[in-house]
Design a protein around this ligand. Structure first.
Ligand code: DC
Length: 230
């Protein structure tokens, strides 16, 4: 059975990664969190005390940033230069800086090249901001996820608290608004819904109903890729 690639884009904290992980598990595909790569690169520059606004310095030091994904009990975690940074990249100091780093074209070129290599063999579910438009413009299934800002802020706060990471609802709501604005107005690969992406507003959908809906779309595309109908 031929595999397909599934691209999931959308605003910050609207449940893209939960959805992507759920589909990948059901289909036995690989889940790749492209946002984690931008976050890990951001963490490197924050730790190295390099100003995120200094695009030349960032570009010069980019070769020191090596991001990979490891797996424990089937669950992926993000590594920066071989060290597990999965929890550290979720902290607010990274969330505040990441969209500023993600406007830099040299950073995007490096990470997009790595993302495209990861999806070359198909069977990948990747979530981010430019997956349908830039990373995998030929993805068989493209989904653009959105949800109301208050719902997103509440979900994100609960998610962080559950992981033991400090979280304040008002700070998180403000950060989501800032990131949405920067991500969708930047010059290089702004967040936008691809013409052939399906819009999914999950404000009032629970996790199971959302997964059920998307699995139907995925199965249709998998059958089409294999020349059969449902
Ligand atoms: O998905 P996330 O919230 O973890 O992503 C963090 C930031 O990384 C997001 O605000 C913008 C940037 N990003 C991007 O520019 N392109 C992607 N494909 C994924 C994330």
């Amino acid at each position: 059975m031929k595999k397909i690639n599934i691209a999931i884009d959308g605003y910050s904290s609207c449940g893209k990664s939960t959805l992507a992980k759920d589909i990948a598990k059901k289909l036995d595909y690989k889940y790749i969190d492209s946002g984690a790569m931008y976050r890990a690169a951001t963490l490197y520059f924050l730790d190295a005390d390099i100003d995120i606004q200094d695009h030349d310095a960032i570009t010069k030091q980019l070769n020191k940033v090596n991001i990979s994904f490891e797996y424990k009990d089937g669950k992926p975690f993000t590594c920066l230069n071989g060290i597990n940074v999965e929890n550290r990249i979720r902290e607010m100091r990274v969330a505040r800086a990441v969209s500023h780093l993600a406007i830099i074209s040299s950073v995007r070129n490096k990470l997009v090249t790595q993302q495209q290599a990861l999806g070359k063999e198909k069977g990948v579910v990747m979530d981010g901001r430019d997956i349908s438009t830039v990373v995998f413009p030929d993805a068989e299934l493209k989904i653009f996820v959105t949800a109301e800002i208050d719902i997103r802020a509440e979900r994100r706060t609960q998610e962080l608290l559950a992981k033991g990471i400090d979280a304040n609802l008002d700070d998180i709501r403000a950060n989501l608004r800032d990131r949405d604005y920067i991500d969708s107005t930047r010059e290089d690969s702004p967040l936008s819904q691809a013409d052939d992406a399906i819009l999914l507003d999950n404000s009032n959908l629970d996790r199971e109903s959302q997964l059920e809906k998307v699995l139907v779309w995925a199965q249709e595309k998998i059958h089409a890729a294999n020349g059969s109908s449902l």
